[in-house]
Design a protein around this ligand. Structure first.
Ligand code: GLA
Length: 381
């Protein structure tokens, strides 16, 4: 068992969560997404221990585990798998580079709320080991191996958006990422006089991971069918809605709906970026509402708690946009609310939510911050 009180940190890492303004379920369909890193994060302390084992301690879970570097395999525990996966994939790229180490981490990112505590854990681990052992991995290598860790050790066939945002986020900037080419640019995140507020439903339906993989398969089915006639398409996101329409008679209804959602969401993301560039925040907010409608009815990854929050916001003019965020089936909505009205709205919506579901809502005000970084401050004792 690690003695946290006498832990002599050699490398300290902060790894943030992320929001996504728009472009949901688009990353694994090869399109554009608009995420950003936030000021909520996991803080890690690392030190070498000169052995062939690793001791990892999660402060929040008050739980530790030991890894024998000579035999890395999956564990029964999900949070351990994120870490095991990262070590495994670093070793696959740079054999023997990870040696024995101790690590303590603590988080203020709510788990299962769609703000990517998983990518924060993976990328923080990758960055910490890269620094501790001078492995020389590039950001892109760390992004990809963190995603691979989630595929192979956790079993969620996620896209690349979360790891990209967590690694490459910048203060007050949104990241417009093309998930096909991995080209990206930063755009100013200026929403004034509105504030970005997350409302955490505090529900996380167990469907999330299995249905996620089902959506991915459905999208591949649609793309495969369309490519038979139009082999020039490489991804679902690039296909125009009119072309998708053509396949309505031959695709199963659900598969058709998924494809139509993806095609429209990609175009909405472009529209939303244009709105931001023109400082048309109401137009931007409207894109968020339309995105939610698609996620609810065509992509079917929402749930009654999320739908309730989005519907409730529509009766309040000072909320100009709202939608579910992340993988879905629970987690948070992302809302653009007139700054002076934030407190009032939170009070009203929390009351209504409590009455409806007998559950507490957790509001989270987020600042758009930098990605994974080595920090100077030490773990709180
Ligand atoms: C999860 C995945 C991402 C992305 C979103 C939906 O957060 O990890 O890759 O697909 O869902 O946009």
């Amino acid at each position: 068992m690690l003695n946290i009180n006498s832990f002599k940190t050699e490398v300290q890492i902060d790894s943030p969560g992320r929001i996504n303004l728009i472009g949901e379920h688009i990353d694994y369909n090869g399109g554009l997404v608009l995420p950003a890193a936030i000021d909520k994060k996991i803080s890690f302390s690392f030190k070498k221990n000169g052995s062939n084992t690793c001791e990892i301690h999660s402060v929040n879970l008050n739980s530790s585990f030991t890894i024998d570097l000579s035999e890395i395999s999956r564990s029964e525990s999900e949070w351990q798998n994120y870490i095991l996966g990262v070590i495994y994939h670093i070793d696959a790229l740079k054999a023997g580079s990870v040696k024995g180490f101790d690590c303590v981490f603590e988080s203020n990112l709510p788990i299962g709320s769609g703000i990517s505590s998983s990518a924060a854990l993976e990328c923080g681990m990758a960055k910490g080991l890269n620094e501790l052992f001078n492995i020389g991995l590039t950001d892109l290598e760390m992004i990809k191996l963190s995603r691979d860790a989630e595929h192979t050790f956790v079993g969620t066939k996620c896209g690349i958006m979360d790891q990209f945002a967590v690694m490459k986020g910048k203060e007050n900037k949104l990241l417009l990422l093309n998930c096909d080419t991995l080209d990206y640019k930063y755009i100013p995140a200026d929403f004034s006089p509105y504030t970005v507020v997350l409302l955490n439903t505090n529900v996380s339906h167990s469907l999330a991971s299995s249905e996620y993989n089902v959506r991915r398969d459905e999208c591949n089915t649609a793309l495969g069918a369309i490519q038979k006639k139009y082999p020039e398409y490489n991804s679902l996101a690039e296909i125009e809605p009119e072309v998708i329409e053509e396949f309505r008679p031959i695709l199963p209804e659900k598969v058709y709906n998924r494809a139509l959602y993806v095609s429209r969401e990609q175009r909405r993301t472009l529209e939303a970026v244009e709105c931001l560039e023109k400082n048309d925040l109401k137009g931007f907010g409207d894109c968020l509402y339309r995105s939610h409608e698609g996620l609810q009815h065509l992509y079917e990854v929402s749930c009654k708690e999320l739908d309730f929050l989005v519907d409730f916001s529509k009766d309040h003019k000072y909320v100009i946009g709202s939608r579910m965020m992340g993988g879905g089936f629970g987690g948070c909505t992302i809302n653009l609310i007139q700054s002076q009205k934030v407190d009032k709205f939170i009070e009203k919506v929390s009351d209504a939510y409590r009455k409806m579901f007998d559950l507490e809502l957790t509001p989270i005000e987020v600042k758009i911050s930098s990605g994974v970084s080595r920090s100077l401050h030490r773990l709180k004792k």
